[in-house]
Structures are given as C-alpha cells and as structure tokens.
Design a protein around this ligand. Structure first.
Ligand code: SF4
Ligand code: SF4
Length: 390
C-alpha cells in the first residue's frame, strides 16, 4: 500500500477511526470531539468512537436547538454546537500569572507545566476558517499571545466535510464551507458508514501510517468524496432543504463592508435593540470573537493573587467604559458595534470578515435575533437615515 502523504486519500472504517484516536492518545494528545451532553452536541474528551454522536441530528433555528435521534444519521451528520476550537485555544477563563506575598514583596510563581497537546475530531469548514481568523488576531497582528501560540503549535485537527446543513448555517455565503478548507491534518468524509480520509499534513500522514486499516481510495472514489460537500454547497446556494427541514440561511455579502460603514445611523439598529437583551450569548458562542478582560483575584488572606483572563463581550456596558462612563451606553450602539466590527471593521483590520457563517449566534440568541436578517433589512433600506441611535 502507498504510504500516506499530504494529499493522499485512505478509507477508514470504524476500527480505523478508533485506531486514529488510539495513536493520538499514545502520542500524548488529549483527544476531544463531539459528544452528546447537557442536551446538546458539545466538544468533550473522547475515549473511543462509542462517545461520538452517531445517530444524532441537531435541529437548529433562531433561538432554538433540539437533538433528535435518527437511526439513519451517521456519526457526523450533526453540525456545529455551542463549542468551537476557541473554547480550547483561548479558554473562557485562565490564570495567566500567580503571585505570592513573601518577605515583604511579591514573588511570581513559575509558569505552569505545559498542557498536553490537543487533538480535535470533527472540526467543520466554518471552524477551520475561524481558526485562521483567530490566528491572525493572536499570532499575526504584531503581538503574539504566548498561551495561544503554545496550544496552537501542537494542535492536531481531524476535520469533517459536512453533508448536512442546519437552518442556521450560511458558511457557503461566507466562503468558509461546507467543505473543510486548508489547515487540517486529516479530513473525513462520511460515505456509507465509512470515512474517506484525506491527509492534509505530514503530521496527519504520520498518524495514518500507524493505522492498520487504511486502504487507498480509487480516483473515482476521491471524486465521489469531493462531491459530498460540493453537492451540499449547491443545495445551500439553491436554498434546497433536507426533507422536512427549513432551508439554510444565506447572506448577501456583496459590498457588505461599505454597506455597514455607510449606515451607522440606520433605524434598524434601534429596532433590533428593542429585542436584544444584551445577554452576550452571541459573542460567547462565536468562534472568532476574541475580546478579553484581565482581573487580579486575591484569596481571603490577601497573600496570594491570580491574574486571570476571561472572555469579555462588546454587548456588556462596561466593555466600552472610558473615563468613568461607557462610550456605547445603548443596546443599539452595542449591537451596531458588534455587527459592524464583525462584518466590516475586521476586513480593514485583519483582511477578512470576522464571520464564518457558522450560525451559532442565531441558534443561541435567546430571542432568536438573526444577523443575516438584520443585515438584509439594512441592505433593503440602504440610504434611509433618521435619528441616530442613542
Ligand atoms: S457572527 Fe455568528 S455566524 Fe458569524 S462566526 Fe460568529 S457566531 Fe458564527
Ligand atoms: S443579539 Fe441575542 S445573543 Fe446577542 S446580546 Fe442580543 S439577545 Fe443576546
């Protein structure tokens, strides 16, 4: 058999996929991936393929998420849940330094032991694109975040090419899916209970070389595997839903930067603010949002202090506090900041949209606010100017 190399395709059955997990674990990786917990498909530690959500589908819509068991569903026919790579590479809360009072001064504790390398199974195209966005922020903007870099350099990604979309997905509009783009070590396409596995890196080839059941795909089989996400993408463009399901969303991105930059005073910001709770959910589940705050947390004795970094959100009032008061004091101004930064300002700052079309902000918004509908409403009435948001 030809040795695995970047660009080669190999069949894996369930035993082969288990062998991939076993090899990664034997190499010291913490292996995480999708599993059913707390009424959703979340990313948690995996011991075996029995932990994967085979036979489960997620039905998602604005403000709504339900799991449904379907014996015909494969292992990866669900789409994205509330977790993403962000939860692991840029955790919601982490201690970045610790200090102890000693001899009248403060001693900084030595850096913690490095975490084991992380391997993530089931990463979708939208989340690979989000990884590239976060790389720009944490590694490529003139300041390198050491904690992110340490995790990122040892990350092993087993991607999945989607063959089903939720009603909240619009990755095709953002050019981020449903096929897995660059950046994976291995990528799986599920076909008739087996996995067509494409090698994306030398590290991926090294892992697959130690998996005994990997037979090569024929050229015709490679074509068939490539058609799986391509056919889904066409269905998404055509807004053709699966039987009994609502159609996936879409977003017209033509001139979107200029559209939003030209409409800071659009009345839609006030309209959406009348529904938005400023709860911050959309920013917490977004795989590209990167805002954080740093806090010093002392124990009761006052002799030990941890410096903690935790996620922050542009929806919270304090996020824009300067000189004793918030710059963005209204929900309208905060929603406008989020949407305009995400879909317009990022293009200036990072050369890319801050949105990958994963749809999480739509699903997990408690009142079902849908950014694709909000931007469409602004586009539909572009040029209408009334009183600016307060
Ligand atoms: S803005 Fe919404 S759809 Fe876009 S990447 Fe963030 S959570 Fe996903
Ligand atoms: S848009 Fe929805 S999720 Fe985001 S802050 Fe407002 S209510 Fe919360």
């Amino acid at each position: 058999m030809t040795s695995p190399h970047t660009g080669s395709w190999h069949w894996l059955d369930a035993h082969g996929l288990q062998a991939v997990i076993d090899v990664l674990r034997a190499d010291g990786h913490r292996v995480v991936g999708p599993r059913v917990a707390d009424g959703a498909i979340v990313i948690r530690d995996l011991d075996s393929i029995a932990d994967l959500p085979t036979g489960w589908l997620d039905e998602q819509d604005g403000g709504s998420y339900r799991l449904r068991h379907d014996p015909a569903a494969g292992t990866f026919d669900h789409v994205v849940g509330p977790h993403s790579l962000k939860n692991f590479l840029f955790p919601a809360r982490e201690t970045i330094a610790s200090f102890t009072r000693q001899d009248g001064g403060w001693q900084q504790a030595p850096a913690a032991e490095p975490e084991p390398p992380l391997a993530v199974l089931g990463v979708r195209g939208c989340d690979l694109a989000a990884l590239a966005v976060q790389d720009r922020v944490f590694l490529g903007s003139g300041y390198v975040d050491a904690a992110y870099q340490a995790r990122r350099e040892r990350l092993f990604v087993v991607a999945v090419n989607c063959r089903r979309a939720a009603a909240t997905c619009f990755c095709h509009s953002m050019g981020c899916g449903p096929a897995a783009g660059a950046g994976f070590d291995l990528a799986l396409t599920e076909i008739d209970g087996r996995f067509a596995c494409e090698v994306g890196s030398d590290r991926g080839a090294g892992v697959l070389a130690r998996v005994p059941t990997a037979a090569l795909l024929t050229p015709a089989e490679i074509d068939a595997a490539r058609r799986v996400p391509r056919d889904l993408e066409q269905r998404m463009h055509d807004r053709r839903p699966d039987a009994g399901a609502p159609a996936p969303r879409s977003l017209d991105t033509h001139g979107i930067r200029d559209l939003l930059m030209a409409n800071p005073d659009h009345p839609r910001w006030d309209e959406v603010a009348s529904r938005c709770l400023s709860c911050t959910n959309c920013t917490l589940v977004c795989p590209t949002c990167f805002c954080a705050s740093v806090q010093e947390v002392a124990d009761l004795s006052g002799d030990h202090v941890d410096r903690e970094r935790h996620w922050a959100s542009c929806f919270s009032l304090d996020h824009s506090r300067m000189h004793g008061q918030p710059v963005r004091s209204t929900t309208a101004s905060r929603y406008r900041q989020w949407a305009t930064h995400k879909f317009a300002g990022w293009i200036d700052q990072f050369g890319t949209s801050g949105c990958t079309g994963c749809g999480r902000c739509i699903t997990w918004c408690p009142v079902g606010i849908d950014v694709t509908a909000e931007i469409a409403a602004i586009r539909a009435t572009d040029g209408v100017v009334t009183e600016p948001p307060r």
